[in-house]
Design a protein around this ligand. Sequence first.
Ligand code: GLU
Ligand code: ZN
Length: 499
Amino acid sequence: MYVRVRYAPSPTGLQHIGGLRTALFNYLFARSQGGTFILRLEDTDRSRFDQSFVKNLYDTFSWLGIQWDEGPDTGGPSAPYIQSERTELYRKYAQQLLASGSAYHCFCSTERLEMIRAGREAAHSSESGYDRHCRDIPPSEAAARAHDEPHVIRLKIPLGERTEFTDHLLGSIAWDNDDVNPDPVLIKSDGFPTYHLANVVDDHCMGITHVLRAQEWLSSTPLHCMIYRAFGWAAPLFCHLPMVLGQDGKKLSKRHGSTSLDEFRRAGYLPQALINYVALLGASYKEGVEFYSLDELAQHFNQNKLNKAPAVFDYKKLEWYNAQYIRMQSDEALAVLALPFAREQGLFGEPDAPPDPAQTALFGAAMPLIKERVSFLSEIPAKIQYLFSEPAVPAPQEFFPKKATLQKTIELLSLAQSIIPTLAGFDDDAAAEQYVKDTAERSCVKIGDLMMPLRVAITGSRISPPLFASIRLLGQAKCCASVDRALCSLRATAGTVYL
Ligand code: GLU
Ligand code: ZN
């Protein structure tokens, strides 16, 4: 199958999950068919356009690792790929529709249109849109007036007919032309095209074969089909993708948490996890397989395995994917990914300070300790903070093993301190654990009771990454110093109590 598809965002906002889903499905479809994936910027809405949204688009997709074959930055045979640079083309095509009688000039002022609207509202009329007032002005008269009167160009919708098209997913869809938005504007008074005209002209001129887009565009499609017909062009095949809903059944939006992809990135999501999860929103691939790389998705993407039903965006499931992808990273790769978060959170000193060589080595060596314990990259620095700076000594009760008294805790911690030099010398956890077990047995204490105060003294918390590995990384001197400080604090408390 010959496939040319496009992602055609309007740079009027940040890239979000919905945009990624549309872009990704087009990308995967193109790749699965050996076709071409195009990026086109639909920036005709100048009032909502902002260059920062264009930058956000490029940054986001480069972070995700999704590349287009043709686009504003890559170029290609259908350049330019930015609609604001193609306005001449739309005007030329609008003239063609005027000449063939499929479009007409409309000279109605905004005041007049507003008056119609207000009048209808007052009369509780169900009619809406333009009243086709200028539709029958003789073309020669209209053309003459158009020289110096402000005007728009409207599509002359063929009345009394039906427009039918087949959506790949939703089947046959038919609309009475009389029910379609009455004679919509193609060229605005400022000479800019509307979305409808630019979208159709570009899809045709760029040789787009399939349009995969969000279902919210479904209601525009009959109109687009009429524009194709007015030009005498074949329409591409349409496939309107299922809606993406939040868990409350409402359309996914800011209400459901961070939806701009930038926010996902800052929260410590991996692009692989997002891509894997989003690719499953409304599509299935291989039976029983949950993990796919971008290439594997492309290999298995099948237009016939799309779902009609809306997809529900489940943050918990995405979080699970993220945790899995973190576990799948090599230690080296994870250190690279986590480094910006560590710098930002001031793990190496001042916020944003880079690590010195010793910190770099320690950071890398700490990765195996937390790999299984985090769901987001952003959680990593706090979890290993104790390896980089002495943790504050927690309150005495934090040290107490279950049912232990302060005195007992001090004894246990002193005993634990005495074995630190040996513990720091082991190079594997099993040997260290055996040694602690033996020590506990010999001293008639529970292994957990021996470990708890030691863990709190060294990591500053009752719940921490693996203790033996932490002791190895910190070394005997630092560990003993931490225990000294803890003992000091506990003894001071004991002193206060017994005075
Ligand atoms: N510019 C439209 C958007 O922002 C494109 C819709 C389409 O794909 O036709 O989504
Ligand atoms: Zn008019």
